[in-house]
Ligand binder design. Structure first.
Ligand code: BG6
Length: 479
């Protein structure tokens, strides 16, 4: 049902995500008058704040995380905030929360980011206090389970209170401008689509590299690891956007119908098609950093790096490997998709000594937003000693191409879509389940084979086995 909420209820309102992302995003949207004029934001968490002290808490976060040009907007934004302390494990606090939220007949958007064990009691509290009615939609932040079974359990609990069209599962990668631009590149240009298949593409690489380590998240990360933290959600969503068939329109049903078909077509991986690693002490940007086990304070089998050779079993992608890799404490922060095209079927220049390199499309998602297509060109000259060809890039730097429009961070887009009720950039239940089905099978092969992560030095590109995984096929990771 379409409605624009005039209230936003933020669970986890004192948490890290709220401070770093949610409050700054909402303040930026407010500064640009993009949220409803009468929007009220109610924060809730265990911490004991009243409205005034929560506003001070929010002010400190905004001073820290907002860019300077946004800071004049802080005082007016704080006026929208109020706060209700809540122990979500107990039903009796929800009546006071509902009283604080007030009437929800115009529409309430809930942003729920909570520990997995609080999902069910929170949903029960929302239902009991009248905060789950027809004019209420709910945004769910990960982690939403650790495998298919626990994910279904959470989804079932939410589904008992909210229909799917009012459930907004967040994958913040979908809120990133360049991720959406992938769809524009594929479906607003005639150039690529006729070539976007096994006949013309040799392989695809998706890299999500981070320089950060545990960042004080040991409790969560130790139970997750790179496969569940990054591949299950963000990387499989990127893969689905690269591989899906053209949807009939850019709407929630059409886009998600196509993504889920890809996710269901993922072939079960063989043990030899995955490599896992865990970082040891090393250096990043010339600064020494400790190993994972040292940060954690004990030995562990959790992977901080994973590389996978994935296959999509459908007509379009038969025989085209998708190489995925992600890791913490890698040499640089970079997220990119590389589409490696095949060679020309016959090189007319070969007899004159020239070698043609196959075209390559590199889509940079972060930190730089750019698209680079390598094309072959003739090196200028009289060619007395044969023709020389060289690959030259056709580059689009998004910052230069679009100097005017404000760059918005992912949560600005997602919070606005949650308030206004557009599900296109949120993940549907069947997608999540297809993602977990594939991920669980990967983990099962690790357990069966007793595979444990190989060591890699912080500041390197992961264990050497990850390089071998691609090089066995004559493929070099793009760096
Ligand atoms: C989160 C993961 O989902 O994504 C983190 O839990 C990771 O471990 C983060 O650091 C990366 O997000 P981004 O937007 O910085 O690429």
């Amino acid at each position: 049902m379409k409605f624009t909420a005039d209230r936003l209820l933020l669970f986890g309102a004192t948490g890290d995500l709220a401070q770093r992302m949610l409050l700054p995003s909402l303040c930026a949207l407010d500064a640009d008058r993009l949220v409803p004029a009468d929007l009220r934001i109610i924060g809730t968490a265990r911490s004991d704040h009243d409205d005034a002290s929560y506003r001070e808490f929010a002010r400190a976060a905004l001073e820290k995380y907002l860019p300077d040009h946004r800071k004049p907007a802080i005082p007016a934004f704080l006026e929208r905030l109020s706060y209700q302390p809540l122990d979500a494990s107990k039903l009796d606090g929800f009546a006071a929360l509902a009283a604080k939220v007030g009437p929800v007949d115009a529409g309430l958007a809930i942003f729920l980011s909570t520990a997995p064990n609080l999902f069910e009691p929170t949903i029960a509290g929302l239902v009991a206090s009248g905060l789950a009615g027809e004019k209420v939609r709910i945004g769910l932040e990960k982690p939403l389970g650790t495998d298919l079974g626990s994910s279904c359990h959470i989804n079932d609990a939410v589904a008992r209170a909210f229909p799917e069209d009012r459930i907004f599962r967040i994958d913040h990668y979908l809120g990133k401008e360049t991720v959406q631009n992938l769809l524009a590149l594929r479906f607003a240009n005639i150039l690529f689509e006729p070539l976007w298949n096994a006949a013309h593409i040799d392989h695809v690489q998706i890299t999500v590299a981070e320089t950060v380590g545990l960042e004080g998240r040991a409790g969560f990360y130790e139970g997750a690891g790179a496969l569940r933290d990054m591949v299950q959600n963000h990387m499989l969503q990127l893969l689905a956007l690269v591989a899906m068939e053209p949807p009939a329109s850019f709407d929630a049903t059409a886009v998600r119908d196509e993504k889920v078909k890809v996710l269901r077509s993922l072939r079960k991986v063989e043990p030899a098609e995955t490599v896992t690693g865990q970082y040891r002490a090393g250096a990043i940007a010339a600064a020494a950093v400790p190993g994972y086990d040292e940060e954690l304070g004990k030995p562990s089998d959790t992977e901080t790096f994973v590389a996978i050779k994935a296959h999509i079993d459908n007509w379009r992608w038969q025989g085209v490997p998708f190489y995925l890799r992600t890791g913490k404490r890698l040499p640089e922060r970079v997220t990119e998709i590389v589409v490696q095209f095949r060679s020309v079927p016959h090189s007319i220049f070969a007899a004159r000594g020239a070698r043609a390199t196959p075209n390559r499309l590199v889509i940079g998602i972060q930190p730089e937003e750019n698209i680079s297509l390598s094309l072959m060109a003739k090196v200028p000259g009289l060619d007395r000693e044969g023709i020389r060809l060289r690959s030259v890039p056709l580059d689009i730097a998004m910052d230069d191409a679009f100097a005017g429009p404000t760059r918005r961070i992912a949560y600005e887009r997602l919070l606005l879509d949650l308030i206004e009720g557009d599900q296109t950039l949120f993940v549907r239940r069947d997608e999540v389940e297809a993602q977990w089905t594939w991920i669980d099978a990967v983990r099962a092969t690790w357990t069966e084979r007793g595979l444990t992560p190989k060591s890699y030095t912080a500041g390197s590109w992961g264990p050497s086995a990850a390089i071998a995984l691609a090089e066995r096929d004559g493929v070099t990771w793009h760096e």
